[in-house]
Design a protein around this ligand. Structure first.
Ligand SMILES: Cc1cc2nc3c(=O)[nH]c(=O)nc-3n(C[C@H](O)[C@H](O)[C@H](O)COP(=O)(O)OP(=O)(O)OC[C@H]3O[C@@H](n4cnc5c(N)ncnc54)[C@H](O)[C@@H]3O)c2cc1C
Length: 289
């Protein structure tokens, strides 16, 4: 057992200072629902864990109808689920956050941790991609913003540099007549990792689709933005033909693997099924907005 120092800074400057000083031997910890398990398994062996839950900039949830949502990286999933404003404006993100583990896990786990862990199967990442979310990072060299679809670079690896911290996720305000949705497939009812997860956000004007974004999880080494499938919907009548076309384009972009949770062929089939269902669910909500 190696020695581990626990740090609990209360400001962003302090946190970045500690992380920058210790480089690769330091790691931020949020809910710890990924990191502690990885440490126990010996996959990660940080000498410094920097608890970011005491920094106000990382725990806030603030919605403004004009500028959208600022979601603190460390805000626990349960607060997202219980937030009436988020349930109203970002139901897909809420359903993704509410799928993570159990209520106990959701009381600890954060959307920021879900993204920074870099899993291709993370549930909230496709939902964030569908919403066009941008990650705000702060580090020793200053601040930068990265689109969520560019954040994970390979399984377990992200764009985060030593010393950097994900502070918050910036999510645009939902336009009128728009909505999002997230659906995943798991072989059990709960407490499992997505075999495939699809997030979608669409805007409708009458029977036309004027904007669409589809995010996909567990179908490639990183979560994906289904650009062609999304673009194919825009400007078209939103009907069964358009939905099927988008589903086929999403299947074409997916490059899943065979593993213990499902074959690549089964995953491609699921991409089609879940893309159709997620788009239909988002559209049903959009028509009410
Ligand atoms: C029983 C169980 C069930 C689970 N079920 C699901 C599920 O259904 N779906 C799913 O997607 N996941 C699931 N998970 C995985 C995990 O709960 C999620 O990935 C969770 O969102 C991680 O958040 P966290 O705050 O606990 O992250 P942590 O474990 O604290 O951190 C995760 C990683 O991100 C880094 N990190 C954390 N915060 C920051 C930051 N602000 N800046 C930079 N780096 C940071 C850490 O160093 C670490 O590498 C499950 C885990 C368990 C134990």
């Amino acid at each position: 057992m190696h020695e581990i120092h626990y740090e609990a800074p209360t400001s962003l400057e302090q946190a970045v200072g500690i992380l920058a000083k210790h480089g690769d031997s330091a790691r931020p910890i949020c809910g710890g629902t990924d990191l502690l398990i990885q440490m126990r398994a010996g996959v990660r062996r940080p000498h410094y864990v920097v608890d970011v839950k005491h920094i106000a900039a990382l725990t806030g949830i603030a919605f403004d109808p004009k500028s959208g949502l600022r979601l603190g990286a460390a805000a626990p999933c349960i607060e997202i689920f219980e937030n009436a404003t988020l349930r109203r404006h970002y139901p897909g993100l809420v359903e993704a956050a509410h799928l993570i583990g159990s209520l106990q896990i959701q009381s600890r786990a954060s959307v920021g941790g879900n993204l920074c862990n870099g899993s291709p199967a993370a549930d909230t990442t496709p939902a964030l991609i569908a919403l066009g979310a941008v990650a705000r990072l702060v580090g020793p060299k200053g601040e930068r913003q990265v689109k969520v679809e560019e954040f994970v670079v390979s399984p377990g690896r992200t764009v985060i540099q030593p010393g950097e911290l994900l502070v918050e996720l910036l999510i645009p305000p939902p336009p009128p007549h728009s909505a999002d949705a997230y659906i995943r497939f798991i072989p059990r009812n709960e407490m499992d990792i997505a075999v495939v997860g699809i997030g979608a956000a669409i805007t409708l004007e009458g029977d036309r689709c004027t904007a669409a974004r589809i995010g996909m999880g567990a179908v490639a080494p990183t979560p994906l933005f289904a650009a062609k499938a999304s673009q194919a919907l825009v400007g078209k009548k939103f009907d069964a033909v358009a939905i099927e076309n988008a589903a086929q384009l999403a299947i074409e972009q997916a490059s899943p693997i065979d593993d213990m949770r499902g074959t690549a062929e089964f995953r491609r089939h699921l991409v089609g099924v879940l893309t159709r269902r997620t788009l239909e669910r988002a559209a049903e909500r959009a028509r009410r907005n």
